[in-house]
Design a protein around this ligand. Sequence first.
Ligand code: CAA
Length: 379
Amino acid sequence: MQFDLTEEHLMIQRAARDFAQNELKPGIIERDEHQKFPAEQIKKLGELGFMGMMVSPEYGGSGMDAISYSIVMEELSKIDASTSVVVSVNNSLVCYGLEKFGNQAQKQKYLVPLAQGDVIGAFCLSEPEAGSDATSQRTTAIDMGDHYLLNGTKNWITGGSTASTFIVIAQTDVAKKHRGINAFIVEKGWEGFTVGPKENKMGVRGSDTHSLMFNDVKVPKENRIGEDGFGFKFAMAALEGGRIGIASQALGIASGAYELSVQYAKERQAFGKALADLQAIQFKLADMATEIEAARLLCYRAAWLKDNHLPYAQAASMAKLFASETAMRTTIEAVQIHGGYGYVKEYHVERLMRDAKITQIYEGTSEIQRIVISRELLK
Ligand code: CAA
């Protein structure tokens, strides 16, 4: 068993850490407050090869492993989870699914620009009445011979207004239930496709989240991914990998809050000594550090299983469940350690606390992760 990161992993970690400090930290409070999308930062992340990290160089990607992806997600999320969620959706939910299940033509046309970071991708599964219950798709894609006719509404779509390529999950044959669901590649600007207003969110406010409306959108047959009826399995497989990304995002939010707390505890004086000399604070920091280390090991284990082509659905859900709960607990404690300063924006921990909450909700709530974990245990 090997617990050390390789030289290559350490190099990628340094690059992501430098990027987060130099490119993400400046302006982070304003971007959060004004819900400003980090367009320039995403462009630069594309140039660094972080938008298609695990995609083969044959399709414009960086050919890195899932451990590297986890490392990068942690480092970016220490500072800016609004940027890292865009990175995660593009890498896991869009690029991974296209590379694994798309055909040659789809990969050349859509995957290459996504992996190179020239365009952004979005993954459209959730609906007003189908969040956790993902099989209850109301969006329909009726087979019209040479094309499908797409109708319906998708909710809470990350990249709703900035993405150019959308993977849309829709029901083609209601009688077949989840086996009648398909996944389609839809382009921005197609007739009948409209983007709703931006959601005013509690956290990850720099990322753009929108509803999308499809009204008789013509989707060419060649834009269906996989065999007829493969869409639900496609979505579940993409989400498995996505959960490693969001687990690592939660890990980063927790470790960002922890690092700020250690620094503050050493600097801040109270009762004639540094906060760090008070046992009440030391115990909090010890609990934070222990949980973060456990979350990191779960993230790396899930990524390692994926890299070694072993089943990883349960491991990814365990990582996401534990890391997101850790992010919530850690950020609440970080605000507590900072006292009044923790409650104002300049000290960053209140933003991290707001950002932490979404990691318990998107790509499957904590309750969904428990369903996935327990099914594997009991089957
Ligand atoms: N890979 C491949 N196939 C899978 C799979 C996987 N990981 N998991 C399930 N399937 C298949 C099953 O084998 C089954 O197929 P058959 O019937 O043909 O054998 C089929 O899918 C249905 O599976 P289940 O019976 O397990 O389906 P279910 O409805 O009972 O439960 C669930 C599934 C786990 C609850 C699922 O609905 C789920 O994960 N829900 C949460 C959805 C979610 O995560 N949404 C996030 C939206 S995206 C997002 O958040 C992005 C963002 O903004 C950041």
